[in-house]
Design a protein around this ligand. Sequence first.
Ligand code: C2E
Ligand code: MG
Ligand code: MG
Length: 762
Amino acid sequence: MNAPQGAWRLTLCYMLAAGLWVAFSDSLLVNLGMSQPQLERAQLLKGLAFVLLTTGLLYAVLRAHHEQQRLAHHALQRSEKRLQDALEAAQNGMWDWNLQTQRLYVSPGYSALLGLRAHELGHDLQHWLKRLHPNDRTSFDRHLEERLAARNPAPYEVNYRLLHQDGSYRWIQSRGRLLFDEHGQAERLIGTASDITQRRKDEDSLRQAAAVFDATQEGVLVTDAQQHIVHCNPAFTRITGYSQAEILGQSPSMLKSGRHDKAFYDSLWNALQNRGAWSGEVWNRRKSGEIYPQWQCIRVIHDEQGGISHYVAVFSDISALKRSQRELDYLAHHDPLSNLPNRLLFTERVQHALERARLDGQSGAVLLIDLDHFKHINESLGHNIGDLLLKDVGERLAQQLGKRMTLARLGGDEFGLLDETCSSAEQAAVMAQRLQACLMQAFKVTDTELFVTASIGISLYPSEAVDVGQVLRNADSALFKAKSSGRESYAFYSQELTEHASQRVELASALRHALDNQELRVYYQPLMCLGSQEMIGVEALVRWQHPQRGLVAPGEFIPIAEETGLIGTIDAWVLEQSCRQMVAWQIAGFALRFVAVNVSSRLFSRGELDVRVAEVLHNTGLDPANLELEVTESAVMDNPGAALALLERLRALGIRLAIDDFGTGYSSLARLKRLPVHKLKLDQSFVSGLPHDQDDVAITRAVIALGHSMGLKVLAEGIEQLEQVELLQQLGCDHAQGYYFGRPQPAEQLTRHLALSVANTD
Ligand code: C2E
Ligand code: MG
Ligand code: MG
């Protein structure tokens, strides 16, 4: 029952009751038979009682009504307060826009959103519109028009920017609805507003993060606290080959390569637990099964309570980087021609080997392998052939390698071998022999058969050297020793070798003064005719009368003189002395046909030798026919073109020419044939094996036949025994030289000998 109905019913009841009372109460009193005065008093009392009753009734009704109103007022106040509190708690403001009066009501909370006090925004709509961001005005107006036109009472939502009191614009989200009056006219728009600036910023950041997540080249993997994969990005799929659908809910351990041990993963988890992050290199497996390296950072994500909520792994595939690093490393450490390690890598390996030797007490050896006369191959056949040969030599040497050995090309025709298993000098010698033997078979390079031999220097460690520099220096000294003791040999480094080297330094400085101090001597060795056993000439051989060391042989100081450039002066001095001596012997009447003088290859290659010789001949007055110059086979073959021209010029002077140490160089027969020489001097290394060494016999026979076929005389050097004389006579050798006939001796001694033989023949 509503309030007006209740009021009507109550009023009607009262009217009925009061009417009945007025109509029947008097006749009731009359029927009681009262006297007039009693009746009058009773009527008065009845009237008073009626007034009392109705007054009480009125009071009760009014009081009930008042109480009801008070309760309703309180309920309304409470409800308003609740609404206000709710809006404040939500940091929302309330607004009410009367479309008919164009008045705007905003709650104090609304003003607070814009940094204003309750009354500051006012009720003027225009005032409010001024705060709207200019860029949002158009969309705001359009939205309002559409809503009014559609007469849609459903709630709506619209976002725009309003100017805050601090000068910045705040994003406001407005939610409202359109209300109509009883005639169906749009009356008001009412709703709430909230500041969503921070939310928009967060959304922007999230959008950016999502774009980065999608676009980044790094793979990203997110797992929950139980390590179930919950998210991955497109780069993850590209790198691993797994799509998101395939890996969701799985454990990242499905990517394990098996390359890392338990200790690795233990330290990873330790770092995550203690520091909340780990980064490092991990080898994982792609879907295709391929194992690849990745650089990975893992972070722990915590929830508000501080518990672990997620793990995020970000990684990049570094296989390409590793590959190019490997390639660069390979290039830096390898020789491009032979593909063998180069000097840098070799030195590093020797360094490691020395460190290991220090730790485990094992010893090893370094062998330097240098090809003999390789220069000639390069010069006569060209560098292309030379390079191909070097490559083949490298391959052949590599076939001899065993465990823990490194073969390197150190440059030019020099190879290095590190043998970490070599425990004795004998073992190293066997290795050196094996290497030399493997080179014996001919190399076939573009249809040309080539033969090479190698000299090897050996340094043992740690017994002889403890650092890389020393090991390599020792091997180098040993190689020098091997080279100077002839072809195809090997030598060990020894302390005595080092001393030898330092002596050489001392000798070099002393040699500079030897000439001034008149310490050089010329000795003469007889040269014999094998048929008649007559002395036909002498070879001049230089000696150094060292004040402390005594007589020093040329083998010891000629190489030093060549290195220091003193050789020119020495040879010129020897030449002049020899020519003078020859003239003196001639004047004395000795029947010597010639004096042979050695010419260094250094001097020979310089080219002006003929001028010097002509000068000396002129100064001493010796007949050119009495002078023979000896040049070594290698001096001629080093630069055949220039040598040929020089020899031609020397010959034109009228002197005789001999090729010394024949058989030790790389003579080309075609070139030899064109040389204007008179004599071949067969090297003493072939003669020493006579008469028993069949190889030496064969070589000797061949050289004699060769010389004769070219119209040359052949002299055998180094004859020490009668048997050798006899064999050489049999083989048809022309001339001879050796201790058997006479040692190199001072001129006076030889003069006495000559005088004696002249006297004997007389
Ligand atoms: P070479 O020209 O081949 O001289 C022959 C060498 O053989 C000499 O050594 C000689 O003493 C040695 N010899 C001779 N007969 C025998 C023998 O029966 N048995 C042995 N074992 N050796 C014998 P030497 O005098 O020590 O000279 C060595 C080399 O030094 C010479 O070899 C020559 O190439 C060079 N030489 C000597 N004097 C000079 C010089 O004035 N100028 C230049 N540039 N080089 C010289
Ligand atoms: Mg000689
Ligand atoms: Mg010789």
